[in-house]
Design a protein around this ligand. Structure first.
Ligand SMILES: NC(=O)c1ccc[n+]([C@@H]2O[C@H](COP(=O)([O-])OP(=O)(O)OC[C@H]3O[C@@H](n4cnc5c(N)ncnc54)[C@H](OP(=O)(O)O)[C@@H]3O)[C@@H](O)[C@H]2O)c1
Length: 207
């Protein structure tokens, strides 16, 4: 199974304010591109904290995909979305989860370990059994750090947004305990495309 992440980041690497609130960091173009990545995946995974901020179905948006065709956007190919279904995976240690809307195209799966933490390898194995070929991580830096540490991320997509959020303790692209410089994941840049004030980047994680 291929695992890719997609995150909008401020120029200083933060993905939200120190209050962990919800807002769209990227432009509508970024939202369109997010739809492309969702259309290419069979499952989208977030953590409980991210889900609480947006407890809605995570699906590609047909209108956004249609409007992309008029743009010369890098790498915007995607399979048709008509008649398809998506898994929305939510990883939680048991924090309060209250989905706000159901959608017949979405099957929600909650990964809640009885003890300890969920292991990315176990989630990958379970999603593979369910037929998932591409998993899209839309989680925050806490979970992305765990998936990188487990060696389970193949590609990292980031939209660099022209804003500086700052804030000690504000979530960033990758959080957790951090890596030593020697053990830090290295990435190869595959694309970097500026559109308006944003830069759309795609990296491959080195093995
Ligand atoms: N800019 C962007 O593109 C972007 C993308 C994603 C998120 N965000 C923002 O980032 C902030 C959230 O960041 P975050 O790093 O806290 O996000 P997160 O992806 O929601 O991860 C943290 C949550 O995941 C659960 N969790 C983490 N590790 C686990 C494990 N090993 N086993 C089981 N559950 C585990 C916990 O959920 P419970 O608390 O439910 O136990 C924890 O609170 C929010 O403000 C969100 O809106 C921004």
């Amino acid at each position: 199974m291929k695992v890719v992440s997609n995150t909008a980041i401020a120029l200083d690497g933060r993905i939200a304010t120190a209050a962990y609130d919800h807002f769209a960091l990227g432009t509508t173009t970024d939202r369109r591109y997010m739809s492309v990545l969702r259309a290419r995946a069979e499952a989208v995974l977030v953590g409980g904290q991210t889900f609480r901020n947006w407890p809605l179905p995570l699906l590609p948006d047909a209108e956004a995909l249609a409007s992309l065709k008029a743009e010369s956007f890098f790498d915007s190919e995607h399979p048709p979305i008509e008649g398809r279904r998506w898994i929305n995976a939510i990883v939680t240690r048991g924090g309060p989860i209250a989905p706000r809307r159901e959608d017949e195209r979405v099957e929600r799966i909650f990964y809640t370990p009885a003890t300890g933490d969920t292991d990315p390898n176990e989630i990958v194995a379970d999603l593979e059994r369910r037929g998932v070929k591409t998993l899209l991580l839309e989680c925050g830096g806490d979970l992305l750090a765990q998936w990188l540490a487990a060696g389970r991320v193949d590609e990292v997509y980031t939209t660099v947004c022209p804003v500086l959020l700052g804030g000690r303790g504000a979530p960033s692209l990758v959080d957790g305990p951090g890596f030593s410089y020697a053990s830090a994941p290295r990435l190869d840049l595959l694309h970097a495309v500026p559109v308006g004030g944003e830069i759309y980047c795609r990296y491959a994680v080195r093995r």
